[in-house]
Write a protein that binds this ligand. Structure first.
Ligand SMILES: [Zn+2]
Length: 291
């Protein structure tokens, strides 16, 4: 449904936001007390949102687009009985940080990687006023001790962006990956925001290494994932990169490579409105020729 929503969004650029953007959230209970929130009726609500609910604290991971702040708060209050105490931003994109200011006005303390804050600070569309920026930042890793659980927050360098964080809920065996996981669809690797294909592959491998067959992944985009799913997506990316590299090594130009459609075998499964097969191909070409 999300693929369809994105496609509709791209096909109708002049249509109003209400046509594709969710107006309310629905939830999936990943494990007791940990939820994944998505747009109701299959509509877009931005990146995958995680919510940890407990007696002591309410921790939200990412907070959707700006206009969805009130609807998100409503959903948090429905599940937790009150607003979020903490929000962990997994990276600086607006579909993950859009309602920071609104949630901060409702009491949330926002936590993220140093580079995320720097990127948002320099962007007037994101640095919109008090509460929009994280007030606690970290450089490598940190741990939340909440509700009898450890939430281990760790940075991976130069992957989706240069300010990525993912969260491992140790006891619950849940990983909120942010956009280090586009489950079953081509990933967006934001080369203009410090992302890098090599780093992205390393980050996915790290997610695999720290998980087991029972681990559940709250993906940045796509459904709740498993270790096998992450493995499948990483294998696709490694193979896709090798296919493109073979053509670069033959001396082919970008346009000639795109014309041969080297990722065609993945098109039916992985192509979607935002990262089409062609866009994935061009990202790999650019990454391989500028690394
Ligand atoms: Zn993103």
């Amino acid at each position: 449904m999300k693929k369809l929503a994105v496609l509709l969004m791209l096909m109708a650029p002049l249509a109003s936001a209400q046509d594709w953007m969710a107006t309310s959230f629905e939830h999936t209970e990943v494990t007791p007390g940990i939820y994944m929130l998505t747009g109701a009726d299959g509509k877009m609500s931005g990146g995958g949102i995680g919510l940890l609910v407990g007696d002591e604290y309410v921790v939200l991971i990412d907070d959707s687009f700006t206009p969805l702040g009130p609807a998100l708060l409503e959903k948090i209050e429905e599940l937790a009985g009150r607003p979020a105490d903490f929000i962990i931003n997994t990276h600086a994109h607006g579909d993950h940080t859009g309602s920071n200011q609104f949630q901060a006005e409702n009491g949330a303390i926002i936590v993220a990687h140093d580079n995320l804050r720097s990127r948002m600070e320099g962007d007037p569309e994101q640095n919109t006023g008090p509460g929009a920026l994280p007030i606690i930042t970290f450089s490598d890793e940190m741990t939340f001790h909440v509700n009898g659980q450890e939430a281990y927050v760790f940075h991976v360098p130069t992957a989706h962006t240069d300010g990525d964080a993912a969260i491992l809920f140790r006891e619950a065996n849940v990983i909120a990956s942010g956009d280090l996981l586009f489950r079953g669809i081509f990933p967006f690797i934001d080369l203009d925001s410090g992302g890098n294909v090599s780093g992205y592959k390393a980050a996915m491998q790290k997610l695999i290494d720290m998980s087991d067959d029972e681990t559940k992944f709250i993906s940045g985009h796509g459904p709740v994932g498993s270790r096998a799913g992450v493995q499948q997506d990483l294998e696709m990316l490694i193979d896709a990169e090798a296919r493109v590299k073979a053509l670069i090594d033959k001396g082919m130009s970008e346009e000639d490579i795109v014309a041969t459609n080297p990722l065609s075998i993945y098109h039916d499964e992985y192509n979607w409105g935002f990262i089409t097969t062609e866009r994935m191909t061009r990202t790999l070409i650019r990454s391989l020729t500028t690394d």
